[in-house]
Ligand binder design. Structure first.
Ligand code: CTP
Ligand code: MG
Length: 230
């Protein structure tokens, strides 16, 4: 395979409201190591990744540089950039900072520390082939669509349903164009792929695994310990 230049944007500028803790969840420890350090390490150690861009809250930038990047001696981090109000604003700041010669841009949640290196590699390969792809897993439960009063209006066929995780990976011009168009249109999506889909790009689903959880609520810290102890 031709050598690709791959940048990863790690979105870590959230407040972590649902975690209900004193510090943002990305700086909390799981088995003694901060979530964000575990996340960065996965990309630092992936041979296919050339640069890592971290998006942090303005007030955490110094802490992130000193207590995470310097302390864990991460070499591939090219910038720590201030995020915005919504995740989409944060990622957009990252896209603007990506090396202009990048072939593939990956976007990953700082709060997803259990992504596997083999899946990072797979998603890079598939983004190069298909233009855009999303790591995900098949839905295990039946999903119901309900109205505002809680009545079921629809039961979509389960075999077509997937849970979208991150990383999501795209050719650089595709994701740049998708984000710029969303900004112009004032569109806010719930993941990165959605922005590419809405401007007509076909996005491929890449099967990952159920360990790649997003640390969101307090019980996820317990699940995280269980994943590490396996
Ligand atoms: N994120 C970000 N910028 C924002 C909001 C979120 O970079 N303005 C990041 C978070 O740090 C996280 C990822 O996007 O790594 C996924 O978001 P989520 O799990 O919703 O994290 P938070 O927004 O921090 O949590 P909450 O919604 O509970 O407040
Ligand atoms: Mg959020």
């Amino acid at each position: 395979m031709r050598k690709l230049f791959c940048s990863v944007i790690i979105a870590a500028a959230g407040k972590g409201k649902r975690m209900n803790a004193d510090i943002p969840k990305q700086y909390m420890n799981i088995k003694g190591v901060p979530v964000i350090a575990r996340t960065i390490e996965k990309f630092e150690c992936s041979d296919c990744i050339n640069e890592i861009i971290i998006i942090a809250r303005h007030e955490d930038i110094d802490y992130c540089k000193k207590e995470i990047i310097e302390k864990f001696n991460f070499q591939k981090v090219s910038a720590v950039i201030m995020g915005g109000d919504e995740r989409q604003d944060s990622v957009f700041e990252g896209i603007k900072a990506v090396n202009k010669n990048a072939d593939i841009v990956l976007i990953h949640d700082g709060a997803r520390p259990f992504v596997k290196k083999e899946h990072i590699e797979k998603i890079v390969e598939e983004a190069d082939i298909f233009g855009g792809c999303v790591l995900g897993v098949r839905v295990k439960d039946t999903v119901k669509v309900c109205d505002e009063s809680g009545y079921v209006c629809e039961t979509p066929e389960r075999k077509a349903l997937w849970i979208a995780q991150t990383p999501q990976a795209f050719k650089y011009d595709i994701i740049k164009r998708a984000y710029e168009k969303a900004r112009v249109d004032g569109f806010v999506g719930t993941d990165d792929s959605m922005l590419a889909e809405r401007v007509g790009y076909k996005v491929k689903m890449t099967e990952g695994d159920y360990d790649n959880i997003k640390i969101t609520t307090p019980e996820d810290l317990r699940f995280g310990v269980a994943i590490l102890e396996e």
